[in-house]
Design a protein around this ligand. Structure first.
Ligand code: PMP
Length: 360
């Protein structure tokens, strides 16, 4: 008997939808999911193992439901006068975004984003029964603020996503644009700053806006700068009232004791980890310059990845790169490809392979 998804009593609004699905392939050069290429140092790995060993002795008990130690550590890391009351943590920033939509979105409500942007924003919106309105970015992948204000007036979204630096384009938003959008927004404005630590000198963070704007929420992650994608730790900074709202939807004990202790330990190594981020930023800037020298178009990047093009047949380039053991990402506007910044050795292989594949 053949039984498929279509035979199940799936929600009507989920029928025909595609799941998130970046390929996870075992090739030597993996540059497709914006991970940090540096594994934890031996010293950090030992500290993590010791912390987990300590937590193991208490695993018969539920973890701290409020993750207080971790939230205190994150507040100290972010600065800007934040305290643990204005911080919330979850299993990756994806779970943070889901909790935000559970609290502020939902049936009969709408979320809005400026695309191309992070593909999970519409997926999580729909998963929580929230309508999705997509507003196109301009030719330079910037948010056209006047178009944004018109769309906000038309749709009155309960949740607005501003991704800065944006994935997959790498472009960041100006503070002024965020403020104007927040002033017009009838609901909450989520500034997804997953790549904040990679931004170039002078690019602002929306953390500076929190004190004056209680409906702006900044979402961050330890997956990228802290090289902790495998541990699943994301967090937000916002007015404490936002954290109160999330208590109504979060699952009790959602963040395991193992996760909490791993994250607290990694925060103690912030200096070391941010040093490696500085190296990756330099590698990113060199990559952008190299691509431009070779006549590729490149979006300005404040992130740990670069969107470049334009290709008549980007699928062919993606496939030819993969055939030569270099996995990049076919994502974003037609004709463009995205590459995550890896180690200098990986980037040398990337450059050589790209030249060969494109015949430049
Ligand atoms: N936001 C953006 C813009 C992202 O690119 C990603 C990961 N690719 C995330 C959020 C989610 O990251 P995580 O769940 O690992 O924190």
């Amino acid at each position: 008997m053949s039984f498929t998804l279509n035979d199940l009593p799936l929600r009507d609004d989920l029928r025909g939808r595609s799941p998130y699905g970046a390929p996870q392939l075992d090739v030597p050069v993996v540059l497709n999911t914006n991970e940090n290429p540096h594994a934890p140092s031996p010293a950090l790995a030992k500290a993590l193992a010791d912390a987990v060993a300590g937590a193991a002795l208490g695993l018969n008990r539920y973890p701290d439901r409020d993750a207080i130690r971790l939230r205190e550590g994150l507040a100290a890391y972010l600065g800007h006068g934040l305290t643990s009351a204005g911080i919330w943590a979850a299993n990756g920033s994806n779970e943070i975004l889901q909790q935000l939509l559970q609290a502020f979105g939902g049936p009969g409500r709408t979320a809005m984003g400026f695309e191309p942007s992070y593909s999970m924003h519409p997926i999580i919106s729909r998963g929580t029964g929230t309508g999705w309105v997509s507003v196109p970015r301009d030719v330079d992948f910037r948010v056209d603020v006047d178009a944004a204000l018109a769309a906000i007036a038309e749709h009155a979204p309960s949740v607005i996503f501003l991704t800065s630096p944006n994935n997959p384009t790498g472009t960041a938003l100006e503070t002024d644009a965020i403020e104007r959008i927040a002033q017009a927004a009838p609901g909450v404005v989520v500034v997804d700053e997953a790549y904040a630590e990679f931004r170039r000198e002078g690019t602002p963070s929306a953390l500076t806006l929190l004190a004056e704007n209680p409906r702006i929420i900044v979402s961050r992650t330890m997956s990228k700068a802290f090289a902790l994608a495998g541990a699943r730790v994301g967090y937000l900074a916002a007015h404490p009232a936002v954290v109160d709202a999330l208590q109504l939807v979060r699952l009790p004990y959602h963040l395991s004791a193992v996760t909490q202790t791993v994250a607290v330990t990694a925060l103690e190594y912030a200096d070391e980890l941010l040093g490696a981020v500085a190296d990756l930023r330099a590698e990113r800037d060199a990559l952008v310059a190299w691509l431009r020298e070779h006549d590729f178009r490149v979006a300005d990047s404040d992130a740990n990845f670069v969107l470049f093009g334009e290709f008549e047949d980007r699928s062919r380039v993606w496939r030819d790169m993969l055939d030569r053991q270099v996995l990049i990402r076919e994502v974003g506007p037609p004709g463009w490809l995205r590459v995550t910044v890896g180690t200098s050795e990986e980037m040398a292989v990337f450059r050589e392979t790209l030249l060969r594949v494109t015949g430049r």
